[in-house]
Design a protein around this ligand. Structure first.
Ligand code: HY3
Length: 408
């Protein structure tokens, strides 16, 4: 079935039909959109700015209820960007979530890698036939233009030309770097959550992997049992306040001004870490065990990003940030692999976390920070395809809502 066709029932006055392919990477969804989004022009960052300023209702339509949910994630393909047209990338993409348009997304890059190898329609992917296939390693390489730069993706491919779901996709990140190690974040009284028990500061690390992240241990947040015992609401509250404390502190502006877009207050996510937890698996695990054998250490994390969305995956962009951070601390040598689990990848046998390693040193960036490129690998799977419609008489119109925002 062609998902761009309307379904076999009558929709009176349906004004839109937007096809999507749905995938998940370690449980985190990617809704891939290639048509039906309003026309966007110019460079990729200009397209992102237009999407934000003029077409945010389309994002809400595709991400929020009733067609999506609070924790939905999307990728909007952009066949023409300045770097695609100059031959430096195969295709562009905008990433989107419950709050806006992000600059980097690892889990969606992994899912997209497979989709872009499998898609045969050149109207969707005009440069599909130019992808580089290596028969010896059985992989296809492609370059994605994402808002934070160029990301090299390597997709395991079967002799038939389709992507191979039994092997992980990998990507090499944009230059990634630690921005602050063991930094004391002052907590004014309005930013203190109950578990911090009146303390006036917490200590956290900060790093960039295509977007800025804060890494803080569960214990430091006031949860002594770490991520072995999760209270999502309390951790949500704690990370929300911590983010506000960072973004609201003018002295910490250097941690949140985006290096590419110049946006201020852009702390994309807070990663709660727990180095004591590994992967729960049994001897018949497939992907999980293969990946784990390769890694010499592992960590579990719970990431709140955008508008307190919870990442089901280990957060690929944050893996790049965490690897850069570990390398800067002298805790991860070049090429040494570390397994990063999410709560989902840790809990479900057969699912693999993401493996991160330093692929090589990158040039010092414009802020003088020593950067590395990080190799991140993980597995993405198809869950279906869909065609969204909006009826002319639907009072919600081209929009979506978040129950959580209405109720707060
Ligand atoms: O894998 C990642 O990088 C992401 N997943 C959702 C939040 C981040 O964009």
């Amino acid at each position: 079935m062609d998902p761009s066709k309307l379904p076999p029932f009558q929709i009176n006055g349906a004004t839109k039909s937007i096809p999507s392919v749905e995938m998940h990477t370690a449980g985190e969804p990617t809704r891939i959109i290639w048509m039906g989004f309003p026309e966007l022009k110019g460079t990729l960052l200009e397209q992102r700015a237009q999407a934000k300023s003029h077409f945010d209702h389309f994002r809400r339509l595709l991400m929020l209820e009733p067609r999506g949910h609070f924790d939905m994630y999307g990728a909007i393909l952009r066949p023409h960007t300045e770097l695609v047209d100059a031959g430096h990338a195969d295709i562009g993409v905008l990433f989107t979530h419950n709050e806006g348009f992000s600059t980097m997304c690892g889990h969606a890059t992994i899912a997209l890698g497979r989709f872009l190898v499998d898609v045969v329609d050149t109207a969707i992917f005009p440069r599909r036939h130019q992808l580089r296939h290596d028969t010896i390693s059985g992989t296809t390489r492609l370059t994605l233009h994402v808002p934070c730069g160029l990301v090299e993706v390597s997709v395991p491919t079967l002799p038939t030309g389709s992507s191979d779901p039994s092997r992980p996709v990998s990507f090499v990140s944009v230059p990634s770097f630690a921005t602050a190690i063991s930094l004391r974040i002052p907590l004014a009284p309005q930013y203190r959550w109950p578990e911090v028990k009146g303390r006036d500061s917490v200590t956290a690390d900060f790093a960039y992997g295509g977007a800025y992240y804060c890494m803080v241990s569960a214990e430091e947040l006031g949860f002594p049992r770490g991520l072995a015992e999760i209270d999502v609401q309390k951790m949500d509250h704690a990370t929300k306040l911590l983010k506000e404390a960072v973004v609201g502190n003018a002295e910490l502006e250097y941690l949140t001004r985006d290096i590419i877009t110049g946006e201020e207050g852009f702390l994309y996510g807070i990663m709660i870490t727990d180095g004591r937890l590994g992967h729960v698996h049994s001897s018949d695990d497939s992907a999980g065990v293969h990946a784990q054998r390769d890694a010499s250490s592992e960590e579990t994390g719970l990431c709140f990003f955008a508008n307190q969305q919870i990442d089901r995956s280990p957060t690929g962009g944050c893996v790049a940030a965490r690897v850069a951070l570990a390398h800067a601390k002298g805790a991860l040598a070049v090429g040494e692999k570390r397994m990063y689990n999410s709560l989902v990848s840790r809990a479900y046998k057969g699912l693999s976390g993401f493996i991160g390693s330093v692929a090589g040193e990158a040039d010092t960036n414009s802020k003088g920070q020593q950067s590395v490129r990080v190799n991140v690998e993980g597995c993405g799977y198809y869950t279906g395809y869909h065609s969204f419609v909006v009826e002319k008489d639907d009072g919600l119109g081209v929009d979506g809502f978040s129950m959580r925002d209405l109720a707060l």
